[in-house]
Design a protein around this ligand. Structure first.
Ligand code: 4NP
Length: 160
C-alpha cells in the first residue's frame, strides 16, 4: 500500500495545525488507515519551536477526544515539499508563505485546508491565539468538518 502524507501548517504550530493533526490522526485511525496515511504539522514562524500546543488548544481538543498535548512545534522547511503529498495551510497568509517556499517542481498538493470543506465562506481557519475560548471551539468545528472532507478526498483519489 502506498503511503500518503499530509502536513498541516499554521503560523505558530501551537493552536490550529496541531489541532488539525490530532483530529485527522483520530479520523484516520477510526478508518483503519493509520499505516496508509502519515500526518504531521508545522508552523511558518519560529517562535514556538519545541513547545507543546497552547494549553487552551490542548484543553479544547482533549475535551472533544483529540489528545494533542504530546505534540511539539516545529518550523516548516523547503524539505517538507519532498516529504509530503499534501501541504495544507490554515489561512491565506500561511498559504502565501508556503508558496514562497515551495519548489517549482513540487508535484504534490498545496492549498488551503478548508478547500476540503465545500461551502465554507472564508476558506480560512481563523487564528484563535489572541481571542477567547470560543475561538478554539470554532477552530475545532471547522477542522473536524474539513478533516472529513479531506479523508473522503484522499480515500477516493488514492483508492484507500
Ligand atoms: P497558530 O496560532 O498559528 O494557530 O499556532 C498562533 C500561535 C502563536 C502566535 C500566533 C498564532 N504568535 O504570534 O506567537
Amino acid at each position: 500500500m502506498s503511503n500518503i502524507s499530509v502536513l498541516f501548517v499554521c503560523l505558530g504550530n501551537i493552536c490550529r495545525s496541531p489541532t488539525a493533526e490530532g483530529v485527522f490522526r483520530k479520523k484516520v485511525a477510526q478508518a483503519g488507515l493509520t499505516q496508509a496515511i502519515s500526518i504531521d504539522s508545522a508552523g511558518t514562524g519560529d517562535w514556538h519551536i519545541g513547545h507543546p500546543p497552547d494549553s487552551r488548544a490542548g484543553a479544547a481538543a482533549g475535551a472533544r477526544g483529540f489528545p494533542i498535548d504530546d505534540l511539539q512545534a516545529r518550523q516548516v522547511s523547503a524539505d517538507d515539499f519532498s516529504r509530503f503529498d499534501y501541504v495544507l495551510a490554515m489561512d491565506r497568509a500561511n498559504l502565501s508563505d508556503l508558496q514562497a517556499l515551495c519548489p517549482e517542481d513540487y508535484t504534490g498538493h498545496l492549498s488551503l485546508f478548508l478547500d476540503f470543506l465545500p461551502g465554507n465562506r472564508t476558506g480560512e481557519v481563523p487564528d484563535p491565539y489572541y481571542g477567547g475560548a470560543n475561538g478554539f471551539e470554532q477552530v475545532l468545528d471547522l477542522v473536524e468538518s474539513a478533516a472529513d472532507g479531506l479523508l473522503s478526498h484522499i480515500r477516493e483519489k488514492h483508492s484507500l
